[in-house]
Unconditional design. Structure first.
Length: 399
């Protein structure tokens, strides 16, 4: 198809996208949709997502997963593990506006593409670092996988029947909201740069993004003390291989996300998994695999399984309610929740702002206003005479 010059609101901005999978590429795509020149920096041979399909949708030369997350981009394939490849990236950094990566913590520094290094080349650079749980803290080395984060978020116990297992969202919800959070962060940091001339580090993580998405629901618990209580009937992914979902244990539920069948079978004592092919049987025999996994996992507690799986690099995690989430040490470390005193509502504890800006941090300046609380103040700042404001108040135009 023909390519025309962009006239979008971000036209003239250059974005270097070194991210993989979904959240990072989705955020960069949003910037491209608004007109930014997004250059996807890929390894020689292409990004991992090019070669892994969702639901078996391979496409022709580009599979559907990659296609859906990478429009409005140009691709530069380079090996950043070589001095020459690194030099190419450094040359591009000199004129870039935004650099985006979602490497595991520590990888960017090993590659020589961390914020400290790149900001010395270009002090105006907006550098976006995306992670699963934060750049530091007790969970820094855990895999930031969508379903695991859904389980931790507390949201899975806000829907479904009270006698049935928690149900995951039918989309990669955490990846998507993290992408939008990073997109927000880029725009805010660019605005700051327009005003000050300085770039900065923008840190975004999946745990904070999905937690703060639940502003109303979580505040019902943290402010009003209302527990999640599901009803007898539901008030309310077929594209991932088995086992993938929520499984009952001896004392609760855990998340298990597409382990290698042979290794997983050995750990849970299910010998039939040894003869199954991950990319064949895990699709065609999903119900059988699910049922056998269910039958095995009920014999140990959630903590026992999670310790075993973590020791053997099996992707798994807890299913939290809000009480568990609020008490989690990573939430405390990240300062995900903010607390302040409101003139009418008393002490408030609620999800905060999920983006960490290194030079322009967020803060709670005032709580939710009463209706019309600042009418006079705002209009006076806009140049209205006091007499005119009183006249409009008397007429009911203002409140």
């Amino acid at each position: 198809m023909s390519v025309k010059a962009s006239n979008g609101i971000l036209s003239g901005y250059r974005v270097l996208d070194c991210s993989i999978a979904m959240a990072g590429p989705f955020a960069a795509q949003r910037l491209g949709d608004l007109g930014a020149d997004v250059v996807k920096i890929e390894p020689v041979g292409g990004e991992w997502q090019r070669h892994v399909s969702a639901g078996g949708a391979q496409g022709n030369k580009i599979n559907v997963s990659f296609l859906s997350l990478n429009r409005n981009k140009r691709s530069l394939s380079v090996n950043l593990k070589t001095p020459e490849g690194k030099s190419v990236l450094y040359d591009l950094i000199k004129s870039a506006d935004v650099f985006l990566q979602n490497y595991r913590p520590g990888v960017a520094k090993r590659l020589g593409v961390d914020y400290d290094t790149l900001s010395k080349i270009n002090p105006r650079l907006v550098y976006v670092s995306m992670s699963g749980y934060g750049e530091t803290g007790p969970y820094v080395n855990r895999p930031g996988q969508d379903l695991i984060l859904q389980g931790m978020s507390g949201a899975m116990l806000s829907a479904g029947r009270d006698h049935e297992p928690p149900m995951a969202a039918g989309q990669f919800l955490v990846d998507a909201v993290t992408a939008y959070t990073a997109f927000e962060g880029v725009l805010a940091a660019l605005l700051h740069r327009e005003r000050s001339g300085e770039g900065q580090l923008v840190s975004v993580n999946m745990l904070d993004a999905i937690t703060t998405l639940q502003m109303q629901e979580l505040s019902v618990f943290t402010v009003a003390g209302k527990q999640q209580k599901r009803s007898a009937e539901p008030h309310a992914h077929v594209f991932i291989r088995a086992p993938y979902g929520t499984f009952a244990t001896k004392d609760g539920f855990i998340i298990v996300a597409f382990p290698t069948l042979k290794e997983f079978g050995e750990l849970i004592g299910e010998s039939t998994f040894a003869d199954m092919e991950d990319e064949v049987d895990s699709w065609s025999r999903r119900d059988e695999i699910f049922a056998k996994t269910v039958a095995r996992l009920v014999h140990k507690t959630s903590a026992e399984w999670l310790r075993l799986f973590e020791a053997n690099d099996i992707w798994a995690g807890p299913v939290y309610g809000y009480a568990d989430l609020v008490a989690d040490p990573q939430i405390a470390h990240n300062e995900t929740l903010v607390e302040y005193d409101h003139p009418t509502e008393g002490h408030v504890k609620t999800p905060g702002f999920p983006i960490k800006f290194s030079k322009t941090p967020s803060a709670v300046y005032r709580g939710a206003p009463l209706a019309g609380e600042h009418t006079k103040e705002v209009l006076e700042e806009a140049g209205y005479e006091k007499a005119k404001i009183e006249e409009l108040l008397a007429k009911g135009v203002l409140g």
